[in-house]
Ligand binder design. Sequence first.
Ligand code: A2P
Length: 317
Amino acid sequence: MQKDSQTMPEIRFPELNVNTYKPNNPVEVTVVDNYIATLENSPNIIRHITFDVSDTELEGNVWPGQSVGIIPEGLTEPDGKPAKVRLYSVSSPGYGEDGKPHLISITVKRVIEEDLETRNLFLGLCSNYLSSLNPGDKVKMTGPSGKRFVLPENARDFNYLFFATGTGIAPYRSMLLDLYHRGFKKKAALIFGAPYRTDLLYDGLFSQLQTQHKHFHYLTSISREGTRPDGTKNYVQYQIEDASKVLQPMLHQSNTLIYICGLKGMESGVFKALAKNGYSEYLEISDRIEHLDPDQWTAEDLKKHVKPSSRLFVEVY
Ligand code: A2P
C-alpha cells in the first residue's frame, strides 16, 4: 500500500499542571463510588473507583492520560516504613466522570498472587486498600502526574492506535470519551488484551462507541480462550497482522500516533510486530540491528537499539 506522503501535523503537548499535590502535601478527597468492572464470573477483581475532588486544584485540571497518586494511609511497607504513594492512570475524561468536573475515577486490580516457589500469598498493598474503600471514605491523593503519555492539545488532528493490556485500558477510557466529546472525526482503534472475555473492562462502552462512530474500531485479544492458527497466544501485537485490513490504512497515514499501556514487556512485542510488518517509522532502530529479523531481536537489542519515535508513547508497569 502507498504510504501517505502528507507531512505530519506538529504534536502540540498541552502545558499541564503537574504535582500540585506532592506526597508531602497530599489533598484529602472522598470516595463516591467503588464498583467491580469485570464481569460477575471473572476470577479477577478490577474496580472502577470514583473520587469527589471538589474545591481542590484537581477539579477540572486532570488531562486525559495523566495519573493521580494514592497514599494508603496507616499501612506500612514490608520494611516497616510508612506506605509510599502509588500512581494510577485516571480513567475518567477531562470533563469529569459523568460530565462532572469534580469527579475523577481510577481503575484498580486487586493484586492477589501466590509466590510459586515459597507458596506465600502476596497481597498488593495499595490495590487492596483501595478496593476495600466505601463511599464516604477519605483518601490522600497526589498529582496530577505525567506530561508525555497524554492526548496532544491538538488531539483532533491525529488518528490513534491504542494498545492496552489489563488495567492499561484506563487512560484510553479517558482519552476516547474526551475525544468524542470534542467532536473527534478521525480514525481510532482500541486493541485490548485480556485473559478471558469476562475480563474485558468497559466492554459495553467501547462496543457502543464502535456502533456510534464508524471510524472507531474496537479489537480484543483474548489470550486464554484459544490460540492463533500457528499456536501463538492471542496477544495485542498480533492484531497488526491479523486485523491488517483495518489497521494498515491507519498505520500508513502520517498523522497516526500509537500509544501502548499495560504490562511491562508488552512494548517489546508491539515494537517487533511494527518492524516486522514494515512500520519502522514509529521506531528509531539503530543500524546495529537494522539488518536482523525483528523476531531475532534479543531483550538487550530492544533495550539498547530500539526506541519509540516521536509518534509512539509507552506507559508500562
Ligand atoms: P496471558 O496472561 O494469558 O499470557 P491482565 O493484566 O488482566 O492479566 O491481562 C493482561 C493480558 O495481557 C493477558 O491477556 C495476558 O496474557 C496478556 N499478556 C501477557 N504478557 C504479554 C506480552 N508480553 N505482550 C502482550 N500481551 C501480554
